[in-house]
Design a protein around this ligand. Sequence first.
Ligand code: DGL
Length: 308
Amino acid sequence: MSLRTTADAEGGVSAASEGDARPIGVFDSGLGGLTVARSIAMALPHESIFYAGDTKRCPYGTRTEHEVRSFAMQAARWLEKHDVKIIVIACNTATAAALKVAQQTLAVPVIGVIAPGARAAINTTRTRKVGVLATDLTVRSGAYTRAIQDLDAGVDVYGCPAPSFVEIVERELATGAHLQERWLENGDIFDTPEIRAEVARTLAPITGSDVDTVVLGCTHFPLLAGPIRAALGDEVRVVSSAEETTRELKDILARRDQLAGELAQPQHRFATTSDNIAEFAAAGSFIFGQPLKSIEHVSIDELERLYR
Ligand code: DGL
């Protein structure tokens, strides 16, 4: 932590600080975690972020728990090697498979997105009936049910696997055909009749049930918020974990006295396993809400050397 002093208007000296200017490490199986990185960048403008997206091995949600745990540990160790001060697993599937082992084995603190998503749901539901829309592996792991019922054991949780959604998002991002500005505000990105039909089919088990809140339990899914809201109807609130995760991150850094100070120069750096950096840059800039200026390639070989 470094301190600098500056003269204030009255000629006295006030302390200004760079604080802990090391980056926050964030990772996901691909581009979806940028929905979380975006929220962090907006809420913590002095913080540097180092984001890793394992695009080449995406999707994680259809893999085994063992595989996802290995991939997630590789990414976490890679970020740790790059001197991040904390790691955010911005992927529900990787959180379900690897949060505990990452917390047990890494020297830096690690947080995931499931506990924050569960809190967002609990803070929203009135009927205490909550739907969880997630990848196959996240639903199968039961991690959301545990996290929600740890907060309120009386809440009924209905898991709804949506195996095709990650594929839709990654495919649409790659073609760029339906990218719309201000997607976060208007939520109707990728709102085509075909996608609406697929979303409605997938959500059938929970539409018309008495859930009043649905958690987007996958960081790719905010990009499908428009069709998801259309399928669920106005009565159902749709929540995601991005803001709640950012709040938890800020609290932890503040408690550990590790927030970046006003004099820190925030840098946003990105790494991907994808061989197509231009595609990652185009889609990533769109989700992150600002151009991804610094992107590097990280090879699967390099990651595999860090954890098996
Ligand atoms: N974005 C990830 C999540 O939050 C999953 C995407 C995938 O299946 O790789 O679960």
